[in-house]
Write a protein that binds this ligand. Structure first.
Ligand code: 5AD
Ligand code: SF4
Length: 438
């Protein structure tokens, strides 16, 4: 019997990449490769990359250094760079990193087994064609059993925000079939998963015939009422009232919406080509809060976009105060070649970007803390996800509104829903005691 080959895969970047890596593992598994978590055992080393900001790419270059050392020890090993950085840098990557055998973009993963075979025979390969149709609808991602699963429902992005490389690295928007997604989630429910997150760069532009994202969400929610349904990411321009009401209607669709705003200044939003203004965004937030009482909101903010003034920055801080997000993901602007913003220059000095970013982070921390403290003394329902990393006597899990809760064990187990009485809170986590499980 020939010995099985092993694949080692590291994933960087967004949840789409996590989902894509599971597609890669399936494709390679079906071609006879087992996954290993130990690089030293691997015949094939893949890194699924992110190109959204420069620091993501720098980190990956660091990892490529580690793979180069591995290849010195074991010259037969095949090294492949997959994903957005592969798409963005293409030939440059292969030329500057001589130990890289394969450069494969996000729409070419079906070809991986053949490309790897060729690489074993000494032939390097670049496959970076973007497709208008590839959605891997028929490929069942290879997942380890667990509580939560990521399910990609659409790929690509047609928005062309001026700062963003995604439309160039992931190509045009295309959706999976509703039946394909429903089948996949039904199987996950059968296998014991308790939560799914439907993924897309802009889930609101999902479409399969007459079905839009609200229809898809409702169909998924109906599969298993004990399964939590989450989704990300929503674009504020495309979020329909129908979708908001669907979230309100189904108890197992979580009351949590990630709604990236990017900036609180209309002038900057226009330069970013976000296609909405603050008035539109705030009205949407109002409608959401009215339709879904207790809803939790989070956002993405970029600090130091070209020409951003102190006034623009103040408007972003004001917006945070007005919306009172539960959390925010914050980034320093990072110029990306080929995007429109690249040509606007990068005129905000790094220290100013960092200063503004810190102000945003500090303010958001205050708001998150205040909101979390409002829950002290209350009872929340938590889906237990795991043992707490800090203490084996405690569990951790999340509320429907996506708040992390750490609490002492009381006879229940991972995957159960329990009621927890909240006793204290910081800006990131709630702490409490389990009072019952159902
Ligand atoms: N610089 C900084 N942040 C960026 N993002 C996307 N592109 C850039 C960039 N060039 C952020 C946006 C987006 C999130 C996923 O990453 O806030 O919503
Ligand atoms: Fe990038 Fe904008 Fe598309 Fe999000 S919506 S992936 S920020 S282009």
């Amino acid at each position: 019997m020939t010995q099985k080959r092993h694949i080692y895969l590291e994933t960087y970047g967004c949840q789409m990449n996590v989902a894509d890596s599971e597609v890669v593992l399936r494709v390679m598994h079906d071609a006879g490769y087992d996954r290993t978590d130990e690089m030293v055992k691997a015949d094939v080393i893949f890194v699924n990359t992110c190109a959204v900001r420069e620091n993501a790419e720098e980190r990956i270059y660091g990892r490529l250094g580690a793979f180069r050392n591995r290849k010195k020890t074991k010259p037969g090993v095949v090294v492949g760079v997959l994903g957005c950085m592969a798409e963005r840098l293409r030939k440059d990557l292969m030329e500057s990193e001589s130990h890289v055998d394969l450069v494969v973009g996000p729409d070419e993963y079906r070809r991986l087994p053949q490309l790897v075979e060729n690489a074993f025979a000494g032939e390097k390969g670049i496959a970076v064609r973007l497709s208008r149709v590839e959605n891997y609808d028929d490929i069942v991602p290879l997942r380890t059993d667990g509580i939560s699963a990521w399910v990609s429902v659409m790929r690509g992005c047609d928005k062309f925000c001026t700062f963003c490389v995604v439309p160039f690295t992931r190509g045009r928007e295309r959706s999976r079939t509703l039946t394909g997604v429903v089948k996949e989630v039904s199987e996950l429910s059968f296998r014991g998963f308790k939560e799914v997150t439907l993924l897309g760069q802009n889930v609101n532009s999902y479409r399969d015939g007459d079905n839009d994202f609200a229809n898809l969400l409702a169909s998924v929610a109906r599969i298993d009422s004990f399964m939590r349904v989450r989704f990300t990411t929503s674009h504020p321009q495309d979020m329909s009232d129908k979708l908001v009401h669907t979230i309100a209607e189904y108890p197992n669709i979580c009351n949590y919406i990630h709604l990236p705003v990017q900036s609180g200044s209309d002038r900057i939003l226009q330069l970013m080509n976000r296609t909405y203004d603050l008035g539109h965004y705030l009205k949407l937030v109002e409608r959401i809060k009215r339709a879904i009482p207790g809803v939790s909101l989070s956002t993405d903010i970029i600090s130091g976009f070209p020409t951003e003034t102190e006034d623009d920055h103040r408007m972003t801080l004001d917006l945070l105060r007005r919306v009172e997000y539960d959390g925010a993901f914050t980034f320093k602007y990072s110029p990306r070649e080929n995007t429109k913003a690249w040509h606007m220059g990068d005129d905000i000095p790094d220290e100013v970007k960092a200063e503004r970013l810190n102000e945003i982070i500090d303010l958001q921390r205050e708001i998150s803390l205040r909101k979390n403290r409002e829950l002290v003394g209350k009872t929340v329902e938590v889906l237990i996800e795991d043992e707490s990393k800090k203490s084996p006597k405690d569990f951790c899990g999340r509320t429907d509104t996506n708040k992390m809760v750490v609490f002492s064990k009381n006879g229940s187990c991972v995957g159960q829903y329990v009621h927890v009485n909240i006793e204290k809170a910081n800006s990131a986590t709630l702490f409490g005691n389990e009072i019952s499980h159902n």
